[in-house]
Ligand binder design. Structure first.
Ligand code: ASP
Length: 341
């Protein structure tokens, strides 16, 4: 007889884990030990589910790198014993956590699916049940003994995305996430359809977890009318190691000399600056316009079509690896988990 797939669910916090007390109207945290009791549908999925929870579940606005490490280490601890992992997380910073995890988990050979919801699991019109049930199904999918998905995904409102390609785009709609520069990996309709051509290939190399992350980084969004002293104040921060520079359109910035000089000066001091676009879709193409020519020559690191969430977490991860300065630019520009073209 085919053995049951074993799924580990990790509850970190967020709306999904709340139930409404209908007598008082208040939301309270759900007891995850009793998960299957509350969602009897989970019995019909043909897999066994164990769940663990953060000691103190948090709103995802309070997520930090220590929490990311704790999720990564939980996956490492239970890696051999389980076929797949479902991480329940608040939607607000889910794309950051899921992007970070995609870098921290090297040669992942099992599915790690992030999900959450816009309405609490106990709400009558909740989106939590479908998100959770389908995430478990995706995490349990196998073909000839090999997991169908062997990467970090984010499932929300009928679509599975590559996690490090996602951004939260809506605070109200059930369709809260998008992946503008990479197609969905799977879609749930009458059938649960997986688009295998878009998945990362299964890795046979040894799985390893990296927890060293360097937080001395910043996201700097360019806007018309920036004041030199403010921008210089950031670029000259003594501990700063890396910057994600959100530029206009295809990677363009003002050509005012104070800005170009301050950026060049920062690069000369060994600060790694990644050029990403503040548009939700499309790619940086330095040198296309005069307004990005100087950035190309500095040179800034080309973030191409990477999301800001993936760029900042990749920066933390690569800085944590202690790479030689001369190798940093080419390492960043090389896709490592399908995060960029
Ligand atoms: N503020 C909540 C959080 O991100 C929203 C959610 O759960 O979706 O934790």
């Amino acid at each position: 007889m085919k053995s049951q797939r074993k799924i580990m669910m990790i509850y970190t916090g967020g709306t999904i884990g709340m139930v409404k007390d209908f007598s008082t109207g208040t939301l309270k945290t759900f007891d995850f030990e009793k998960l299957v009791e509350h969602i009897p549908e989970l019995h019909h999925l043909g897999c066994s589910i164990d769940s663990i929870s953060f000691k103190k579940p948090i709103d995802s606005s309070n997520m930090n790198t220590e929490h990311w490490k704790s999720i990564a280490l939980s996956i490492e601890t239970h890696y051999e014993a389980y076929d797949g992992f479902v991480i329940l997380h608040g939607s607000d910073t889910m794309s950051y956590t899921a992007s970070a995890l995609s870098f921290m988990l090297e040669n992942l050979g099992k599915p790690v699916i992030f999900t959450g919801s816009q309405l609490p699991i106990g709400d009558l019109r909740t989106d939590a049940k479908e998100n959770l049930i389908t995430s478990v199904q995706l995490a349990a999918m196998h073909h000839k003994g090999i997991p169908v998905i062997s990467e970090v995904g984010l499932y929300f409102e009928y679509k599975l995305y590559r996690a490090n390609r996602t951004t939260k785009i809506n605070a109200e709609h059930f369709e809260a996430f998008t992946s503008m520069n990479y197609p969905a990996l799977a879609e749930s309709g009458v059938h649960l359809k997986v688009y295998e051509e878009y998945l990362l290939p299964f890795s046979k190399d040894a799985f390893s977890v990296h927890t060293a992350l360097d937080r001395r980084v910043v996201i700097l969004k360019i806007f018309p009318g920036m004041h030199p002293s403010v921008v210089k104040g950031i670029l000259e921060l003594p501990d700063l190691k890396g910057i994600v520079l959100e530029t206009f359109g295809a990677g363009n910035a003002p050509t005012e000399s104070w800005l170009l000089e301050a950026l060049q000066e920062a690069i000369n001091r060994g600060i790694h600056i990644v050029n990403v676009t503040q548009c939700s879709g499309g790619s940086v193409l330095m040198g296309r316009y005069e307004t990005s020519d100087a950035l190309l020559k500095m040179p800034l690191i080309n973030g191409r079509d990477i999301t800001t969430e993936a760029a900042i977490t990749k920066l933390m991860y690569l800085l944590g690896q202690g790479l030689e300065d001369s190798k940093f630019k080419s390492s960043f520009e090389t896709p490592i988990r399908g995060e960029m073209a």
